[in-house]
Every structure is written in C-alpha cells, then in structure tokens.
Design a protein around this ligand. Structure first.
Ligand SMILES: [Zn+2]
Length: 136
C-alpha cells in the first residue's frame, strides 16, 4: 500500500481507498489502477503455463522440431518459436506499462517486466537446447 493525494481535497490517503476518508468522495479512478499489477501477473502466469505446455509437447514429440516443409525448411524453427513465445509478451506488458506510465507501483511493474524478459530468454535458450537434442 502506498500513499496518494485525494484529487478532490488533496489530503494524503491510501491508494486502495475507494472513498476518501476526508471528503467522502468516491474514488473510482483507483479501481482500475489496483487491478494493473494483478492483471499483469495473471497474464504472465497464463503466458508461463502456455510455454510450459509447449515444452512438454516438444519433449514428447521432438519430431515436431525436425519436420520440414517441401522446400526443406524447418516447420517449427527458432524464429517461429521466438515469435510464438515473444509476441504474447506484449499483452503481458500492457498492464505493467500502464502502471509505469501512471507511476503506480513502479517497483512491482518493473519487477514484472524484468521477470518476463528473464523467462523469455530462458525459454528461448531451452528451445535451442531441445533442438540440439532433437538433432536439428
Ligand atoms: Zn478527499
């Protein structure tokens, strides 16, 4: 919890207050802000689980990685995996970036983005490792 100023009476209040305890004004603007970090976290968990499921599939059917199209190009290449892995990250970042722009829970939002990037790099490295094991 952090302190903010009530936009109506300029008194210091909690950022989670739904009603200003000083002037009793309803603070509806606060509602969506408090959702930003949990939303980013929820999207991140979905992205994380989707990646884990992807890796379980690749582990069980490594032939997906060695399958080539009629031109002899890999059907599931590193470029394609990176796109599939990294494009949804843009969606995960949206609530965090809004939080950063609004200067709301900057630490949590920065941590969220950092963790996403670290895991994206780990996933890509693991994909390269799986490709090597599959003999690509
Ligand atoms: Zn107030």
């Amino acid at each position: 919890m952090s302190k903010i100023l009530c936009p109506y009476c300029r008194q210091e209040i909690e950022d989670t207050d739904k009603v200003c305890p000083f002037c009793t004004t309803k603070l509806q603007n606060n509602d969506y802000k408090t959702l930003l970090i949990p939303m980013g976290f929820g999207l991140y968990i979905l992205w994380f689980i989707a990646n884990i499921i992807g890796f379980v599939i690749l582990n069980h059917w490594p032939q997906i990685m060695t399958t080539k199209d009629k031109d002899g190009d890999l059907i599931f290449s590193l470029v394609e995996y990176t796109q599939i892995c990294l494009q949804p990250l843009v969606v995960v970042f949206v609530p965090y970036i809004i939080a950063l722009v609004k200067k709301y829970k900057v630490k949590e939002a920065t941590a969220g983005i950092s963790i996403c990037i670290i895991f994206a790099v780990i996933f890509v490295i693991y994909f390269i490792h799986l490709q090597k094991v599959a003999g690509v």
